[in-house]
Design a protein around this ligand. Structure first.
Ligand code: ZN
Ligand code: FE
Length: 255
């Protein structure tokens, strides 16, 4: 059976995610911005935490890891490349390494850009990918450590996943991301439809940091950096895809 997924709002605009394998009872938490909301969600669902998956070293993603591990005895998985600046890891992961939650196996994807050691977790049979601050809903993470070329390559890895894969990202930046997307890609009808839908979803209390790969590819301006019409509209006709991505990321940094 597929993994059950719960999105848990934490801190100001972060999301942690619980993943539950109904066959074995194993339960993982992807990133730990804060401990209390995760304990609450576990208690409500009646789940016992067995695994903690870390996407990258920023405090708003690992701040609660040590405490949650102490409370639950969970096994910690994270990037080998960043082991020196992450809480102690039980499993140090490289590109392609398996991540096991009970009977379910995910794959580690290297997605540098926001940080150099950022990884994502893909669970193909559950159609889920956890992208944190690399690919985000209608946006992407700021380039704190990596180059535009690294982030573009990382985004291309997401675009190669099946379109019905749900992208679960690290923050709700939906308002700012929607405003920016509509500024740089104003004629995109799929984007207009998504922004209207987002208003409804926000009012209904749905998690704003989650959307499918295919919807992101139709509406997220950073995933559309290779589109000739978008390059033309910004007078970047001769720009490479990486250069166009860097141009859009630069606009967003100033937005
Ligand atoms: Zn971050
Ligand atoms: Fe973050």
């Amino acid at each position: 059976m597929a993994l059950e997924m719960l999105a848990i709002p934490c801190l100001r605009d972060n999301y942690a995610y619980l993943l539950h394998d109904p066959d074995t009872g194993h339960t993982a938490c992807v990133d730990v911005p804060d401990v209390a909301p995760i304990h609450d969600a576990l208690a409500k669902a009646g789940w016992h935490l067995t695994d903690i998956l870390i996407t990258h070293h920023h405090d708003d993603h690992i701040g609660g890891v040590a405490r949650l591990r102490e409370d639950t005895g969970a096994t910690v998985w994270g990037a080998q490349a960043d082991a020196h600046r992450l809480p102690p890891l039980d499993h140090a992961l490289k590109e392609g390494d398996p991540v096991r939650i009970g009977s379910q196996t995910g794959t580690t994807i290297d997605v540098p850009g926001h940080t150099v050691g950022h990884i994502a977790f893909h669970f193909p049979s559950s159609r889920l990918v956890f992208s944190a601050d690399s690919l985000m809903a209608l946006g992407c993470g700021r380039l704190f450590e990596g180059s535009p070329g690294q982030m573009w390559d990382s985004l291309c890895k997401f675009m190669a996943l099946p379109g019905d894969t749900l992208v679960c990202s690290g923050h709700d930046y939906s308002k700012g991301n929607a405003a920016f997307a509509q500024t740089v890609d104003p004629e995109n009808p799929a984007l207009a439809a998504r922004v209207a839908q987002m208003e409804e979803d926000r009012a209904a209390g749905k998690p704003m940091a989650v959307a499918s790969i295919s919807l992101e590819m139709e509406t997220n301006p950073f995933l559309r950096a290779s589109k000739p019409y978008l390059k033309e509209a910004h007078r970047q006709t001769d720009a490479s895809d990486t250069a166009m991505f860097a141009y859009l990321r630069g606009l967003k940094d100033q937005f």
